[in-house]
Design a binder for this molecule. Sequence first.
Ligand code: NAP
Ligand code: GLV
Length: 327
Amino acid sequence: MIGAMRIVVAHSEPGAGLAWRRELATRLPGATVLVDAGSPDGRDPAHAAQVATEAFVADWAVGWSPPADFFARHRALRGFFSAGAGVDGLLRHPGMPPALTVVRLEDAGMAELMADYCLHELLRLAGRFDEYAAHQAAARWVEHAPIPRDEMPVGVLGVGVLGMHVARRLASAGFTVRGYARTPRSIDGVDVLHGADGWHAFLAATRVLILLAPRTPETEDLIDADALSRLKPDGWLINIARGALVVDADLIAALDTRRLAGATLDVFREEPLPASHPFWHHPRIHVTPHVSGPTQVAVSAAQVAAKLAALARGEAVGGVVDRTRGY
Ligand code: NAP
Ligand code: GLV
């Protein structure tokens, strides 16, 4: 029964816990939704009335990067709803119970924003805008022919909820798009490869490689010197998945030897990216601060509330993480 639900929200960003609490409470009338006492919003005395006391026994949790002692303080949870699509951080939380149900966001407004991000980068490349920026700095009037789209085959590594949307959008914009997944997948207008043989064929056919696979033991360090050397000449890497998929030193070496033309990086092994990291000042790397697919709280809370309501009716929901495969 929804009315009897007790939900605790634990979010590492100040303000986000309260926003999620408000959005969930509006959509789940009768449920009790409180902020975790150990999260930034819960520690702020101004919000004491909205904070879970020790006596509050939560049966569901919602959040992002909960505090270290979160699972020790909430022992009766039936499940945790991630406030993001990726669950790699949550699954690596030292207190995460091994059998707890984890549910991730499915699109929830992120896919279209990520497609915009990738399309923006592809059009910048095709239009040679980096070259014009360099010419402007030197007050030089030089014209270039744009790179034809059929000379920029795109490969999307990971064609799940987000990758499939990105692949379709780019294909409909006139790019030749291939996908690569762990298992066979079928997407209209996009050739999807899988398996060990498919991996090398996928890379060899790709000039712009977009990463949209989850961080798992299988994908960590997947984009190393070998993978980068298999891309078409003048390749470009766009990483909007997780920093750990890429071997940083191999990426820099590939750029410095001109094996790769450039990279657009939204995600990093350490975030915020340390000021001393060479990515910041590399002439052919574009850095954005993990903004390609920001969580849309209202849309996401509506999705989580609908799933909680379905669970209360005894129905199955999508987005349940397979704890063995890690996504
Ligand atoms: P998803 O629906 O679970 O899709 C994951 C895709 O990756 C699937 O196609 C899956 O293959 C593939 N994959 C998994 N392991 C693989 C492997 N070893 N080799 C090749 N492909 C593999 O996930 P999603 O919702 O699309 O999200 C993808 C990731 O995007 C998240 O995990 C998160 O890290 C990242 N993300 C980033 C941002 C940002 O702001 N930068 C925002 C949201 C999400 P199968 O189809 O065979 O299962
Ligand atoms: C953001 O990185 C997410 O996983 O939603």
